[in-house]
Write a protein that binds this ligand. Structure first.
Ligand SMILES: NC(=O)c1ccc[n+]([C@@H]2O[C@H](COP(=O)([O-])OP(=O)(O)OC[C@H]3O[C@@H](n4cnc5c(N)ncnc54)[C@H](OP(=O)(O)O)[C@@H]3O)[C@@H](O)[C@H]2O)c1
Length: 332
């Protein structure tokens, strides 16, 4: 496993990391969650990404139980705040009160005194950015969060936040990024590079689509996310025949290189130096090992060009699955 520096922090995160979204929030049994997490450590993965809202605390609780059995300095722990934590409409977002309440709840569930990375899951357009920045800064000052990041912020929102916070507070951005969703390359990547902010990208396998296991015109394999009642709904928008056919055109490229489509997809994401880590979800320990083995694979310019040709216009038709995101910035 290779490691990359996260923005201007002193964190060195594994190129492949493990995420908890639809898996360890309830879709995957606890014993299997433990097996996947143990497999991650075996494979050299040191970076773990979750959120308060994943299963409304369930994913953090599961990892709290599992990770607390290991030395705290053997893993880099990231969680997020923003999503609704109850049916009370006030119990969400990035107000100072909500951030203060949610970090304590997350730390209790995660059975730790601090998280390494605390991320704004989205931008809160109803709260002045100054209030959000001050609340995050306070967590750093209190030692509850070592570093701060954000997810799915627009360029306007990133600029405003960095202007208020100065150059040091934000170290990471978490956008959706994969062969099928390349949008962050246009503005978000260069803007963050200017500000020494790295990316830890989500759904780099497009939720499993880029492994090649879903074939156009064929039934979806049983036991996969796409056939899961609780998880599959998020995938329907990307599972068109046009997308699945384009993905199958990647198969000969991977075969020529002697690698799997999964390795090809993850190496493609990691070809960009702006990306510090690809956050991959896994429902089985074998998947964790398969994904980790993509670290260190370098793709030539010819391979990148062949991938572009194979995908054609598909990536620009990719749709972000990022719910909640809203444009705009509120100032004091
Ligand atoms: N910031 C945000 O708003 C946001 C949004 C979404 C996700 N995330 C983060 O990003 C992480 C990853 O996202 P994700 O889980 O959607 O995306 P992903 O990594 O693209 O897909 C993961 C799923 O693909 C399948 N898979 C993984 N490795 C495989 C392999 N080697 N062979 C075959 N199938 C494989 C598994 O599903 P099955 O085995 O069930 O098919 C797995 O659960 C999340 O856990 C979360 O931490 C963040």
């Amino acid at each position: 496993m290779r490691y990359r520096k996260l923005g201007n922090s002193d964190l060195e995160v594994s190129e492949i990391s493990l995420g908890a979204w639809l898996t360890y929030s309830g879709g995957v049994e606890f014993d299997q969650t433990r097996a996947c997490t143990d497999a991650a450590f075996d494979a050299g993965i040191n970076f773990f990404d979750t959120a308060n809202v994943y299963g409304r605390g369930a994913a953090e609780t599961a990892w709290g139980e599992i990770l607390s059995g290991r030395p705290r300095d053997s893993y880099i722990l990231a969680t997020k705040v923003y999503g609704p934590m109850s049916d009370d409409p006030a119990d969400q977002g990035l107000s100072a009160a909500q951030i203060a309440k949610q970090i304590d709840a997350s730390l209790a569930r995660l059975q730790t005194d601090y998280v390494d990375l605390y991320q704004a899951h989205r931008f809160d357009v109803d709260v002045p950015i100054e209030e959000t920045v001050e609340a995050f800064q306070q967590l750093v000052d209190q030692g509850k969060a070592r570093y701060i990041g954000f997810s799915e912020w627009t360029p306007e929102q990133i600029r405003a936040a960095v202007e208020v916070a100065g150059p040091d507070l934000f170290v990471s951005s978490q956008p959706q990024y994969s062969m099928l969703w390349q949008a962050p390359e246009a503005e978000v990547f260069p803007l963050c590079a200017e500000n020494d902010i790295s990316h830890v990208v989500w759904s780099p396998l497009a939720q499993g689509v880029l492994t090649g296991k879903y074939r156009p015109g064929e039934p979806r394999p049983e036991g996969t996310r796409a056939t899961s009642e609780s998880m599959g709904g998020f995938m329907d928008r990307v599972m068109t025949d046009e997308v699945l056919e384009a993905v199958q055109r990647l198969d000969p490229i991977a075969k020529d290189l002697g690698i799997t489509m999964t390795q090809l997809a993850l190496a493609w994401v990691l070809r960009r130096p702006e990306v510090a880590s690809a956050i991959v979800g896994a429902s089985r320990p074998e998947q964790v090992h398969a994904n980790a083995s993509a670290s260190g694979i370098e793709l030539s310019a010819d391979t990148i060009a062949a991938i572009d040709d194979a995908l054609g216009e598909v990536p620009v038709k990719g749709q972000t699955l990022a719910g909640w995101a809203r444009d705009g910035v509120r100032r004091r």
